[in-house]
Design a protein. Structure first.
Length: 162
């Protein structure tokens, strides 16, 4: 079992529990991401989502202020830095314009299987991306609830594996 918490100063703490009990808290510092090909820091949102990944690792997700999906992998005292996975795009005249995520992500996975991430999109639709053996998929829309009278999603979503 793993527990993540942010302090009032923004520092990210991690605790792990095994059969012998809780390990002492470990600081993962103030989380910062970097966009691919850039040295500019990207702030990591406060709301986090976590799920088990492969090889006894934990997958941790957040969003940036611009709505990019951020991802960090680690466990047992060894953590990589947050990476920017990008944002969903709206197509206008065949040109993709980044729209960003509207809510914090929710994540779930099946042991040794794909990791699934869900969040509300710019227009209130439920978006989904996943990582399988070939890497991360693009964002796909699962629509909005409400059938004939769609209602936009404005709050964070939750996900679990059944």
């Amino acid at each position: 079992m793993a527990l993540f918490a942010r302090s009032a100063t923004g520092e990210l703490f991690y605790r792990e529990r095994d059969r012998s009990g809780w390990a002492p808290p470990d600081s993962l510092a103030i989380p910062i991401a970097h966009a691919a090909g850039s040295n500019l820091p990207v702030p990591v949102g406060w709301q986090l989502a976590a799920c088990p990944g492969s090889d006894q690792q934990i997958e941790l997700f957040a969003t940036s202020p611009d709505g990019d999906l951020l991802h960090m992998v680690g466990g047992r005292g060894h953590w990589r830095a947050f990476e920017c996975l990008g944002a969903p795009a709206l197509l206008t005249d065949g040109i993709g314009i980044p729209a960003g995520l509207r809510s914090a992500p929710a994540a779930c996975s099946i042991e040794s299987g794909p990791v699934h991430v869900f969040a509300a999109g710019h227009d209130g639709e439920l978006l989904h991306t996943s990582r399988g053996h070939s890497g991360w998929s693009g964002f796909d829309s699962l629509g909005t609830p409400g059938g004939d009278h769609p209602v936009p999603i404005v709050e964070p979503v939750a996900a679990c594996t059944c």
